[in-house]
Every structure is written in C-alpha cells, then in structure tokens.
Design a binder for this molecule. Structure first.
Ligand SMILES: [Fe+2]
Length: 417
C-alpha cells in the first residue's frame, strides 16, 4: 500500500468526525427538520462534487495558469482536506483523556452512590473542555487559509555564505543563485515563475543552478516550465539537475533537450568546469537517486556511484543533487558543497514551535538549511512550488544566493554533523 493510499484513507476516516460535527451544528442551528434535511442534502451534494472534481484532476491536463475552477474548487478543497485531518486528530487528542477522566469519574460516582455519599458533578468543567476542543479543532483551518493565501507566496531570499578551504582566489565572493522544486501548475503558474526569474536576475548572480522537480504529474507541462525559466541569465551560465517528479513524468530526456535549446544545461551524471582567469571549480549534477525506493523511483544501492569518477581531486567540487540524502555519500567522496531541494522545507513545518517538526523529517534528516559533516557541506533549498496541497506553513518559498569565500567551514546553527 502506498503512502498516498494510506494518507487518503486517514483523510477519509477523519471526515466522519466532521460529518458528526456538521450534523450536531445543523441540529443546534436549524430547528426545523424539513429545512435541516435540505441544508444537509445540499452540503452532501457539494462535498461529493468537490471530491469528484479533485479526483478527476489526476486524469486532466494540469493547467499552467490559475483558473477560476482551480481557485474555487481545488484550492479550498485541498486546504479543507489537510486542515480537517489535523482538526480531527486534535479532537482525538482531546477525546482520549476526556474519555479516561469520564470513565474514572463514573466509577467513582458509582462507588460513592453505593456508600451513600453525595454525587460528583462538574458540568462547567466538561463544557469548558468541550468548548476548548472546538476552538482548537478550528485552528488548522485558520493555519490552512494562512498557508494558502500568504505562506505559499511569501518568498524569502536567503543570502548564504559558503566557506570552502580550497576555493581558488579568483572565486572569492562568487555568487550562485539556486531555484528548486518549481512544480509548474495552477498554484505555480508560468507568470509567477517568470516573476521569480526576474527577481533572480535582479540579484545579479554569477551562476544560476536549478535543482529539479520542474513538473509534478503532467509531462505536457514541460514546455511551459522551460519557457518560463528560459529568461534566467548569468555570466557563467545556468545549470541544473532533475528531480524525482521529472523522472516520474518520464520527461528526463525531453526536458533536458528543451532546456538545452534555451541555453540551460541539465547535468545528468555529468560535470562541467566553471573557470575564471585560469582557475576553476568543478560543477557536477546527478539525476534523483535514493537509497530506498521512493514512489516509482527504485532504490539505489550505491548512491552517487555514477559521479565518483567525475570528482576532481585538485579542485573544489559542487554537486547538484535533488535529493539531500546523497549528502552523506557526497561528503565521504570529498564533495565540498552539495546543493539540494526535494523536501520543500517540510511545506507545512511548525518551525515557529521547533525546526524539528516537519513531515519531511520522517524521510530525511536534511529538511532545510545548512548542514556540515567532515568532508562536505550541504544546503537544502525549500523550493518555490508546492505539491499535494497548495499551502506552506513555516516553510516559505525560497531563492538562495550563495556567496563563496575561501576559509574554514563554520558550524551552522542547524548542523547535525
Ligand atoms: Fe519537489
């Protein structure tokens, strides 16, 4: 059973709680049974239509612009799906201790009654707890609305110094811009990508890198994403690698060719020298690879075996790898700097509580930011697009600007190494 099927089953199960809540509210607010039946019936029709529309989207072409249908039918539905799941889990968290306390109280009350004592009663406490639970279960909907309308669009430009002991003098202060996880679609339309392209160019990087996931599920969107990114320009060129979604859509060869026509070079197990006044660094790129199977991507036993011979012993090596999990092996191989994406920074991470709380942490320790190990450093870009649900909470979209300096690597705040 896939993760997607399990997630879907849990979301469907959580809907029973909301049906129960909806029926209780309807009984409270609509006393006339006839009117109540009409309202409940109409609500059921709307909900079933929304599920049908959104499930049908898997078979439709992905729009590359934000259409009215997507804005009105897909965005609220998808936000509802995830918010209602979290809300139902919160309700469960309240219900479990309440049930235990309720059971204990009823046992105590029976014992007291048998002993001829007074009744134990605290209805005000129970009402208070119920109201608190109701307020707490609505919080995910507010968070979902925030993530959809603001968090998803609140782009951050991260200025990231990178100190490399062997950096050639000519590269002191060299600037590299990174864009990742574009995921063109109705919630990352072509015009939005072009806006980010303009912003990236305005930052005047020396080199631009793209770390994969240009498309999401629809191969026919490859032309549009390449066209939208084709405005990127930097004196030392634009390079990239492919992500798992590019592989899953089967566009590896075609999108690489399309990019090439637009002057962007996708490195698929390849290396290129970037040279300034006779000194150079070695830029390497690889397709998505993971040590465990990930969706349709098979497990790769020996990570980065395809680039081992490309690593230059006499120069600084920079690796573009969509999956940050290649970092451990890259550091072992002596790749000084890895640039990755893939995690979307967790997409819905409760970073304001703790950076540890992100769904991506279940699959990788490298969710977002800067990491260091003996032999190498890694930066994980949070990407600009979204998958699944078009929300971002605590994981804003990001363009990274690295500035290279010669020097010893400093210990990052979120380092695990
Ligand atoms: Fe992605």
């Amino acid at each position: 059973m896939s993760i997607f099927t399990i997630a879907l089953a849990i979301i469907l199960a959580s809907q029973f709680y909301w049906v129960w809540r909806g029926l209780s509210l309807a009984r409270q607010w609509i006393p006339r049974p006839g009117l109540r039946r009409i309202v409940v019936g109409l609500s059921v029709v709307v909900i079933v239509a929304l599920w049908a529309y959104n499930f049908g989207s898997f078979r439709r072409r992905t729009p590359i612009h934000l259409t009215l249908k997507e804005a009105l039918l897909a965005a609220p539905f998808l936000t509802w799906a995830v918010s209602s799941l979290v809300g139902a889990l919160i309700a469960l968290l309240f219900a479990i201790p309440q049930s235990i306390v309720g059971l204990a109280r009823s046992v105590m009350a029976k014992r007291r009654a048998r002993a001829g004592g007074a009744k134990l009663a605290s209805p005000s406490r129970r009402v208070f707890l119920e109201r608190t639970a109701h307020v707490a279960t609505t919080a995910p909907f507010l968070a979902g609305a925030y993530g959809l309308l603001y968090g998803r669009l609140n782009l951050e430009i991260t200025l990231q110094p990178a100190r490399l002991p062997r950096l050639p003098r000519a590269f002191e202060g060299f600037r590299i811009a990174q864009l990742s996880d574009i995921h063109i679609g109705p919630f990352m339309p072509a015009e939005q990508i072009r806006k980010y392209v303009e912003m990236t160019n305005a930052l005047k990087p020396d080199l631009i890198v793209l770390t994969g996931d240009f498309v999401t599920t629809d191969p026919s969107t490859e032309d549009a994403v390449v066209e939208a990114l084709s405005g990127l320009a930097a004196p030392f060129g634009v390079f990239g690698c492919l992500g798992n979604h590019d592989g899953w859509c089967g566009v590896e060869a075609s999108i690489t060719a399309l990019f090439r026509q637009r002057g962007v070079r996708i490195l698929r197990g390849e290396a290129v020298p970037i040279a300034i006044r006779g000194e150079s660094i070695n830029l390497i790129g690889t397709d998505f690879q993971s040590h465990r199977s990930f969706g349709p991507s098979p497990a790769v036993a020996n990570l980065l075996a395809n680039i081992e011979t490309l690593i230059a012993r006499d120069r600084v090596n920079i690796l573009l790898s969509h999956n940050p999990d290649t970092f451990d092996r890259a550091a072992e191989l002596g790749v000084e700097l890895s640039m990755a994406g893939h995690t979307h920074g967790g997409q819905a991470a409760l970073e304001f509580i703790s950076p540890e709380i992100a769904p991506s942490r279940l699959v990788t320790p490298y969710v977002a930011g800067w990491f260091r190990k003996p032999g190498g450093q890694l930066y994980v870009n949070r990407g600009i697009g979204t998958i699944g649900v078009p929300i971002r909470i605590g994981a804003p979209p990001e363009i990274t600007i690295y500035q290279l300096f010669r020097g010893q690597a400093t210990q990052p705040r979120n380092s695990n190494g």
